[in-house]
Write a protein that binds this ligand. Structure first.
Ligand code: SF4
Length: 341
């Protein structure tokens, strides 16, 4: 591990100023990903800016518009078991409980969950090339071991996936990320927060280097999915594993017809994967497997697998159909009894 200085920010402004003063500074909160990456010598910050003492970022509050604002420092466990989140946004609770372990969820923060980095094996091994870790060195995953890698939105530079479960639910709920930087505060729709790798795979998000996440807003409109939703996660073992494929689905159904649909896939791309045209295709249609299959085909349009992950294309299609069926029947995937019904 390299040497670094440590500063405890007392306010958002102090944190932003500390980041602006050092191009190699990094924010730390729960530290569940960053500290691992520092031990592996993957992340080498010269300064850690600890934001855990900043007041006001550890609250879940109702917004004037009828939604909820989740502070960036609220631990994942506290979000998942918050009474209002459970009542109004059970999809989010379910997705968080599908991820990691209780110990990690207790320590991991909301902002940190969004900013965690890929679990690509090559990214974690400084002895190998990796365009995300060392731009311009290559992507050994393309011709190497790529079971957990992307099938959608990838580039010739990088085929990594984003590992968060929480972010997949937030994408389906159309959450908004609030951030603060030297020029003040701004809002970033969750759909625009994570980016595709393109020819800059070292950049995961649209958050500027000297900005911090302050909160995540859950819109009032997304409460309409509290009856018909699911978070279906498929993985190599049933706990403490990242998704091979996951599906966050929310529907509103009136007289047997779908009035509104939101679907986001995890484990398949560098960001939670949505296709609004696949969601629109469901509107006005009966909640049937035939309809769901047409939406799944559109959602997976252009999917491309590699030697070890080609199976994910069909898996994602079938998982989407199953998840929409679970949502339509109001029988969401249990995160305790993990049998898929
Ligand atoms: Fe690096 Fe991305 Fe290739 Fe993995 S997939 S080795 S993170 S460039």
């Amino acid at each position: 591990m390299n040497r670094f200085s440590y500063v405890q920010a007392a306010s958002v402004d102090e944190a932003v100023a500390a980041l602006a003063a050092d191009a190699a500074a990094k924010v730390v909160a729960g530290g569940t990903n960053l500290i691992d990456l520092m031990k592996y010598n993957v992340e080498r910050p010269t300064r850690l800016v600890d934001i855990t003492r900043i007041p006001g970022l550890d609250q879940i509050e109702e917004t004037e518009g009828g939604g909820l604002r989740v502070g960036a420092l609220v631990p994942n466990t506290a979000v998942a078991y918050d009474r209002l989140v459970e009542e109004r946004y059970p999809l989010l609770s379910s997705a968080i409980l599908a991820g990691a372990t209780p110990q990690l969820r207790n320590a991991a923060s909301t902002g940190g969950n969004l900013n965690q980095r890929t679990r690509c094996y090559y990214f974690y091994d400084p002895q190998t090339a990796c365009n995300k870790r060392e731009p311009g060195t290559g992507c050994p995953a393309i011709a190497g071991v790529n079971r957990i890698h992307a099938i959608l939105g990838q580039s010739e530079q990088c085929i990594a996936t984003h590992p968060s479960d929480m972010a997949v639910a937030l994408a389906a709920l159309e959450a908004v990320v609030h951030v603060a930087g030297p020029s003040g505060a701004r809002r970033i729709p969750l759909a625009d927060y994570h980016r595709l790798p393109g020819n800059r795979p070292e950049i995961d998000t649209t958050l500027a280097r000297d900005e911090i996440v302050t909160s995540v807003e859950l819109p009032a409109a997304a409460q309409e999915f509290r009856a018909n939703y699911t978070y279906l996660k498929l993985r190599d073992r049933l706990s403490y594993a990242f998704a091979l494929v996951s599906v966050a689905a929310g529907l509103t159904i009136e007289s047997g017809s779908i009035r509104k649909a939101r679907i986001a896939l995890g484990g398949v791309a560098h960001k939670p994967w949505r296709r609004p045209d696949a969601e629109d295709l469901l509107v006005g249609k009966p909640a049937s497997n035939e309809t769901f299959a047409r939406a799944a085909n559109l959602l997976l349009e252009g999917a491309r697998g590699y030697e070890h992950n080609a199976f994910k294309v069909d898996l994602a299609r079938k998982a989407t159909i199953r998840a929409l069926g679970q949502a339509a029947a109001a029988t969401p995937q249990s995160q305790v009894d993990k049998r898929i019904r």
